[in-house]
Design a protein around this ligand. Structure first.
Ligand code: ADP
Length: 667
């Protein structure tokens, strides 16, 4: 094969542009990314060699070497991992294969600042080399192939790259960075070592660098031993030394690991620039032995709502990397968790299919789920500063802060607000757990937070709500809507507002579905204010009940007429006590799907069952009173129905007909 010039896929070119233009403040991560690729390549080889030891080609000591050449101004990262064939180099280094990454690139706005924030959540991988290099040469040979089947890949990072065949006796890959003028300080062993210890200590392979020694400069006058010398310099000795701890962080004792090291490891595996909110690190012994190191991120990835998207937990078996994104290790609703599980019991050649069935994995999954929920409970407990928490009951406030030592106070301040942050990012995903994880439903329910008719921020727990319930109130009331404003101003809330009853406002898409799994909380039923008849039970006095019954009776003939006029649209028509200011609203049967959910399903292109709502009218409203005997009865009734639909964020089936009717009346 001769030299071939090929173009990057459009998305790669875009990504490259972004990487080189927005990661200036964080240049050094390129080394982390390239070492991580080298380490992945070694992991892959080790994994494939389980079934084909010939791939080791009598060189089974996997390692990464970092070298630099001051004269040529190059920095080279070499591994003896799986390597790449020519086609693989073209495919892997010239295109973006992962659909998630492609999606990500398509989301870029072109606004440098916003984009560089985004990129923090995402691994820039190989292309990060172009932050410091104006040209990259990759030489590689795939394990098991002939020396003549090597490949050289060269690119200046601008639209194209070249590939040509080379002979490369040694298996694996060298990435040669031709450093640009701003990156010459990476030609220093000290600098490289310090970056490696910051980012790559936990890489379980040895990372080797050539030892250097100080050598005095030549004598200026060769005959004068005591005379002056040329400047001295560090020279390579030909000996290699391991510069990382080569020690998986999760395998070390907790007491030997600093918070910074935990955070760094998180950043490395998550590609997040920010520290995580919390971590848990445990060695679990018993019938199944494993180590877990799990993190709660502070920021949601761009594709969080893609349930197909894999989990963030890596599986190792006795320190050998087995797979990324092992979804069997945690339920889907905890897919935001990042971390590592290292099992002592699973076989090395475990497959995804096998994982699904393994009893050990089941135990690990349960254990990890418990730990994550525990972490969240802990964050929730410390979300508020003790003084604010206590000031609810006034008197205790002063005392609580008084008894805190300075240290405790600092600790409290550090933890305050973390749960709120978590919930803002991941609350909607956590709710999926109500439908997914029945065993932990109660624990999940306690972790939920909502806005309410009396609290604008998403901060009300079901326990808070219960504690504030009115004397005689028998249910936890909630409403689901598309937006907070729609929920807050919904006609269905009117009677609750009038009576000063708090209603939880739910605006996440998942709410309706998730809440259908939560019938009660701590013995108190949950009741949607948009479903079934209003039964305020003891909250309504006798006079009110009587008035309602009388109104219903008196309205019977009118209701029959309305029902007839709306027979294609409404399941039923009845008088309600739910409304105060509005003439009408729509509700559904107790067990029915809400009109909001039906609408959402329809928008998502799914078939929703035909929901025929019930029209409820306010007997005291002038418009309703006017209906009987009106010459415009038919139009008015349809307007009433369509307006009720509009008020909850829906659209009339025939908007034009609605407009025409209203206009006729206006004229
Ligand atoms: P990622 O590592 O997230 O998949 P990269 O852009 O870093 O993305 O790398 C793209 C692909 O190139 C990798 O998935 C891998 O197949 C290949 N690759 C990169 N570096 C190496 C290497 N040192 N050895 C073998 N393959 C590599």
């Amino acid at each position: 094969m001769t030299k071939q010039t090929l173009s990057f896929q459009a998305e790669v070119a875009q990504l490259l542009h972004l990487v080189t233009h927005s990661l200036y403040s964080n240049k050094e991560i390129f080394l982390r990314e390239l070492i991580s690729n080298a380490s992945d390549a070694c992991d892959k080889l080790r994994f494939e060699a389980i079934n084909d030891s010939g791939l080791y080609e009598s060189d089974s000591e996997l390692k990464v070497k970092v070298t630099f050449d001051k004269d040529a101004k190059t920095l080279t990262i070499t591994d003896n991992g799986i390597g790449m064939s020519t086609q693989e180099a073209i495919d892997h280094l010239g295109t973006i294969a992962k659909s998630g990454t492609k999606d990500f690139v398509s989301k870029l706005s072109g606004d440098q600042k916003a984009d560089s924030q985004l990129i923090g959540q995402f691994g820039v991988g190989f292309y990060s080399g172009f932050i410091v290099a104006d040209k990259i040469t990759v030489e590689s040979r795939h394990a098991g192939m002939k020396p003549e089947e090597g490949v050289r890949w060269i690119s200046g990072g601008a639209g194209n790259f070249e590939v040509e065949a080379i002979t490369r006796p040694e298996r694996g890959t060298s990435v040669i960075l031709h450093l640009n003028d701003d990156a010459q300080d990476y030609l220093s062993a000290w600098k490289i070592k310090s970056i490696i210890s910051k980012y790559s200590d936990h890489i379980s392979l040895p990372i080797l660098m050539e030892k250097e020694e100080w050598k005095d400069g030549e004598l200026i006058d060769p005959k004068d031993e005591k005379g002056g010398r040329q400047p001295g310099s560090m020279v390579k000795t030909g000996e290699w030394e391991t510069v990382n701890k080569a020690n998986a962080i999760w395998a070390r004792a907790k007491k030997d690991i600093t918070q910074e090291q935990y955070d760094e490891f998180y950043k490395q595996i998550s590609h997040d620039f920010e520290a995580p909110l919390a971590h848990t690190h445990n060695r679990v012994e018993g019938s199944t032995e494993y180590t877990q190191l799990l993190y709660i991120p502070g920021k949601a990835p761009f594709d969080l709502y893609n349930r197909e998207k894999s989990a963030g937990v890596k599986l190792y078996v006795k320190r050998v990397f087995i797979m990324d994104d092992a979804e069997a290790l945690l339920p889907t609703y905890l897919r935001f968790v990042k971390g590592v599980v290292d099992s002592a019991d699973l076989p090395l050649n475990v497959s995804r299919e096998l994982l699904q069935e393994s009893r050990d994995v089941k135990a690990i999954r349960e254990g990890c789920t418990k730990r994550v929920l525990g972490m969240l409970e802990d964050l929730a407990k410390h979300d508020k500063l003790p003084e604010t928490a206590a000031s609810a009951d006034g008197a205790a406030a002063a005392e609580v802060t008084d008894v805190l030592t300075a240290e405790e106070k600092a600790e409290a301040e550090k933890n305050a607000g973390k749960y709120t942050k978590f919930y803002t990012e991941f609350g909607a995903v956590l709710k999926e757990g109500l439908g997914e994880d029945f065993a932990n439903k109660d624990r999940i329910a306690k972790l939920l937070r909502f806005a309410s008719s009396t609290t604008d921020t998403v901060s009300v727990s079901l326990a808070d709500y219960k504690a504030r319930m009115k004397e005689g109130q028998e249910a936890i009331y909630y409403i689901t809507a598309d937006t907070l404003a729609a929920a807050k101003n919904s006609p269905q809330l009117e009677v609750f507002k009038k009576k000063g009853i708090e209603v939880l406002l739910m605006t996440d898409r998942v709410d309706e579905w998730a809440l259908s799994f939560l019938h009660d909380f701590d013995g108190t039923p949950l009741q949607s204010v948009a479903k079934g008849a209003v039964d305020l039970g003891k909250l309504q006095d006798e006079a009110e009940k009587k008035a309602a019954e009388e109104a219903a009776e008196a309205f019977k003939p009118l209701l029959a007429k309305i029902k007839e006029a709306l027979k294609d649209k409404a399941e039923d028509v009845r008088v309600t006590t739910r409304l105060v200011d509005s003439p009408a609203c729509l509700v559904v049967q107790d067990q029915g799907m809400s009109t909001q959910l039906a609408r959402m399903l329809k928008q998502a292109g799914q078939t929703a069952p035909q929901v025929k709502p019930i029209l409820e009218v306010n007997a005291h409203h002038p418009l309703v009173k006017k209906l009987d005997g009106s010459p415009n009865f038919f139009d008015l009734v349809h307007i009433l129905f369509d307006q009720a639909l509009l008020a909850e964020g829906g659209l009339p089936d025939d908007p034009a007909a609605y407009v025409k009717r209203v206009n006729t009346l206006l004229v």
